[in-house]
Design a protein around this ligand. Structure first.
Ligand code: SF4
Ligand code: SF4
Length: 231
């Protein structure tokens, strides 16, 4: 029938419109900002830096390799490498970023920085209420503003964070096992070297030296024989 589709569409609209007064599921809008919907896990806005533990400075995962800075298409990441090093999560000394800024006014949320980071140090945030009247400094995020905890990451991207934690735990275990094996091997090598070294007095070098000087080895001295006392 001509116009049947239009009538069906109007029926669906009317059903949802009147039904929304009695069924909350039929509502397609929420009273933002008082009401908020949970964001899908795959939501991404701008990047943030991950840190482990409670200290954003000590626990920052970034080792300042600057790969993300080079790969970022609009070049909105600026990093300055530290002069000294601090241990990473497996205890290896690594550089850290003395300065790490992202200009979110030019970031295009492409996630390339996340894809290229070999240290699981940068991830995409889902925070979207970032408007500010300060066009420049207000949108230039520094290391302090970018650093967010692993607990926060687990909250916004639980599946991805669980995979990341598992991978890092395995890497830490492997590094620990490798260090323990190296320590055992070093101890065994030291023990073997100690067993092969002869005592200093009877070394072949000492004997050769004596022979070269023509000195015959002295027999052990015998105690003098006692003579009988005559009166
Ligand atoms: S998301 Fe893309 S544009 Fe934004 S900082 Fe990362 S690489 Fe650069
Ligand atoms: S965030 Fe990752 S890729 Fe970028 S400098 Fe830090 S460790 Fe390197």
């Amino acid at each position: 029938m001509f116009g049947e589709g239009i009538l069906q569409g109007l029926y669906e609209t009317a059903k949802n419109f009147f039904g929304s007064y009695v069924e909350k599921d039929r509502l397609v809008t929420v009273q933002f900002p008082e009401e908020r919907r949970d964001l899908p896990e795959a939501t991404r806005q701008f990047p943030f830096l991950l840190y482990d533990g409670n200290d954003p400075e000590a626990g920052l995962r970034c080792v300042s390799c600057q790969i993300c800075e080079k790969e970022c298409p609009p070049q909105c990441i600026h990093i300055e490498k530290s002069k000294d090093k601090k241990p990473d999560f497996v205890g290896k000394p690594q550089f850290y970023p003395a300065v790490f800024n992202i200009d979110v006014s030019t970031c295009m949320s492409c996630q390339i920085c996340v894809e290229v980071c070999p240290f699981d140090a940068i991830r995409m945030d889902n925070e979207f209420e970032l408007s500010t009247s300060n066009r420049f400094a207000g949108l230039l995020y520094t290391k302090r503003e970018l650093a967010k905890s692993n607990d926060y990451y687990r909250k916004i991207h639980p599946t991805e964070a669980a995979e990341c934690d598992e991978r890092r735990d395995k890497e830490a275990e492997a590094a620990k096992a490798k260090a323990a094996a190296a320590a055992v091997a070093a101890a065994k090598a030291a023990q073997a070297a100690e067993q092969q070294t002869p005592p200093a007095a009877s070394t072949p070098a000492a004997s050769a030296s004596s022979a070269a000087n023509g000195a015959a080895p002295k027999p052990a001295e015998q105690p003098a024989e006692k003579k009988p006392v005559t009166q």
